[in-house]
Ligand binder design. Structure first.
Ligand code: UFG
Length: 332
């Protein structure tokens, strides 16, 4: 039997792009997704699909019996910072408890490799400089804490049970597959670039700018926006690294090392769409840091990762093209 990789959350935004990159690289792919926010159509037909929850240990046991799983790429989880502030237990369940059950099922099934979707939110506020993997982890919202707990579980479990891992800390993921095979379709999305392209297409009246009194160059929040396809590539490299290096234990930032403010992002959307997107200043959202920008020296060194879409306008261009393609599909 050929070995395969199991992708949890493979029907979601980032997971579905990772499935494409894995298939493109010649891997056999199995997906588990409960479709709570993902879409069946987002999973490439060449992947084997199981609809179900990662917390369903019996289902995971069955998948590990039916396939020879060499590694798990664990994307499934919840990811909205502001939602986690109002409903922390949802986050501690979906992100921490469910990951504990996954690790336990992996031990039982003899699966020894995991790539985990962590987040820049584990750092708290990046202040002004570039955040390094060795920077202190002091989450300022339950989302970041729920992921940090899982990181700790993975490191401890790896040490105790001889697992290998690569923890990827994503900064702000945006854009869409350049061939438009997938994109961000999340219902009621709250992410800046998604919201802004929806506004450029007239589906929203305006973009709310959450906070203009941050200690940043123009007062709006600064983030490091990374193209989803570059992030998907990082997963393929991480997987190959795990499969070829016994004892691998990596924690890596995924970002470009360049920060853009909310105003700068909106200017990019204006430029790319040719439309002046209406914006309204509103108070800060709770749990939002002023600035989070990655140092990416470590992932470049450890995995030989080379971003291919390191350009804000290109990210926005792909996000806009995806939004238009979705619109055309609905009309057609
Ligand atoms: N923002 C607005 N208006 C909006 C949406 C966002 O002004 O309508 C601002 C936010 O205040 C923030 C920036 O745009 O300054 C980015 O906000 P997003 O909601 O797009 O993303 P977050 O930075 O809150 O969080 C995202 C992911 C997390 C991840 C984090 C890492 O959702 O999973 O990036 O930096 F952890």
């Amino acid at each position: 039997r050929r070995s395969a990789v199991l992708v949890t959350g493979g029907a979601g935004y980032i997971g579905s792009h990772a499935v494409l990159a894995l298939l493109d690289a010649g891997h056999d792919v199995v997906v588990i997704d409960n479709l709570s926010s993902g879409f069946r159509w987002a999973v490439h037909p060449d992947a084997t699909f199981y609809q179900g929850d990662v917390a369903d240990s019996a289902l995971l046991g069955r998948i590990f019996k039916e396939h020879r799983i060499a590694a798990v790429l664990h994307f499934a989880g919840s990811l909205i910072v502001s939602e986690s502030v109002g409903n922390p237990l949802k986050y501690y369940h979906n992100n921490s408890e469910t990951s504990r059950l996954l690790l336990s099922a992996m031990i039982d099934g003899g699966v020894r490799n995991i790539v985990f979707s962590s987040t820049a939110a584990v750092y708290g506020d990046g202040q002004h400089g570039l955040v390094e993997e060795t920077s202190p982890t002091q989450p300022i919202n339950p989302y970041g804490m729920s992921k940090l707990l899982t990181e700790a579980m993975i490191r401890d479990t790896a040490r105790a049970h001889g697992m290998d891992y690569c923890i990827l800390r994503y900064f702000n993921v945006a854009g869409a597959d350049p061939d438009l095979r997938s994109g961000q379709s999340t219902i009621g999305a709250t992410h800046l670039i998604k919201v802004a392209v929806e506004a450029a297409l007239g589906r929203r009246s305006h973009v709310a700018v959450f906070g203009s009194d941050f200690p940043t160059r123009d007062g709006t929040g600064i983030r490091d926006y990374i193209h989803v396809s570059d992030l998907a590539d990082a997963h393929v490299l991480a997987l190959d690294h795990l499969l070829n290096h016994d004892g691998a234990a990596l924690t890596l930032n995924c970002g470009y090392g360049t920060g853009y403010s909310v105003s700068e992002v909106l200017d990019s959307v204006d430029r790319v769409s040719g439309i002046r997107v209406p914006r309204r200043m509103e108070p800060r959202r709770s749990g939002d840091p002023a600035s989070l920008v990655a140092s990416n020296a470590r992932i470049r060194e450890a995995l030989g990762w080379l971003p291919r879409h390191d350009c804000l306008d290109a990210i926005v261009q792909h996000a806009l093209a995806w939004e238009q393609a979705m619109e055309a599909r609905k009309v057609g």
